[in-house]
Structure formats: C-alpha cells, structure tokens
Write a protein that binds this ligand. Sequence first.
Ligand code: COA
Length: 142
Amino acid sequence: MVRTMPVDRLSDDDLKEILTKYRKIALVGASPKPERDSNDVMRYLLEHGYEVYPVNPLYDEVLGRKCYPSVLDIPDEVEIVDLFVRPEFTMDYVEQAIEEGAKVVWFQFNTYNRDAFKKAKEAGLTAVAHRCIKQEHARLIG
Ligand code: COA
C-alpha cells in the first residue's frame, strides 16, 4: 500500500508533544457565532485547559475572553498560532507569529497557504497543516 506523507511531515508523537508542551494559543479568526468551527474549537480548547486568546479585529470579546486585533497585541507569551482565516490572510498572521516568538503555526482545514507555511518553517517554527487541533487532541490525548 502506498502511504502519502502528510504535508507537514509530523508524526503522532510530534503532534502529541505539541499539544502537551504548549498551552497558550492565539486563535486567529475567532468568532462569537456558534455555527463557526472556530467557535466550537475555541470552546473545546478552553474546556481542555488551554489558555486561548481570540484574535479578530472585528470583535472585542469571544466566549468571554478579550479578543485582540492582532497576535502582537496579546499581553502574554503565545506558543501556538491556530489559523481559522482564508489562505490569503494567513501570511500576515504567520509574520506576527514569528515576531511574537511563537513555536507553532497551525493551519486548520481550508486555510493552507504554501508561501505562509514555508515562511513559518524557514523561520524555525513548527508548521502543522490540513489538520484540526480539536480532532488531533481528541484522537491523541482525549
Ligand atoms: N483576521 C481575523 N479574522 C478574520 C479576518 C482577518 N483578516 N478575515 C475574516 N475574519 C474572520 C471573520 O470575522 C469571520 O467570522 P465571522 O463571520 O463570524 O465574523 C471568520 O474569519 C471567517 O470568515 P470568512 O472568511 O467569511 O470564512 P469562510 O466562511 O470563507 O470560511 C474558514 C473560511 C477558513 C474560516 C473556514 O474554512 C474554516 O473555519 N476553516 C477551518 C475548518 C476546521 O478546521 N474546522 C475544524 C474541524 S474539527
């Protein structure tokens, strides 16, 4: 059987390490609308003990948490930048992730941008792609 390597080349052990070692997440494209996947995933992460900082210039608050216009406005260290924006908006946030000193950029489904992914990797960050952080947490940690 031919197995294709995932784009991010990360193993389950790598993902498990990311999800246990890092607890501070900037969730980009956060929304107060319950029908948005970003809202569901943010709720899940909060319920599982992660510190989640919503990022979206449109909102002041999401799920009771102060929402920031950019990753750089978050007054705390950020370890994972989790992207819920269309591919064309991801480069700006990857640049912010690099400037902020984040360790991981996570491209959720339908957010992948090859140049932004490459930029994150070249800056030494771990880049995750075509995966959902909630699904991977549920699958690997529970
Ligand atoms: N910065 C921050 N947030 C932005 C933004 C920007 N530059 N541009 C748009 N947004 C926000 C919007 O506020 C919007 O939320 P709202 O409508 O509740 O206010 C949200 O991003 C999405 O907007 P839009 O671009 O219209 O989304 P879309 O319907 O085209 O969907 C994705 C695009 C990427 C959001 C969608 O495909 C998605 O959610 N992908 C992730 C799927 C996933 O991984 N699901 C988890 C499964 S477990």
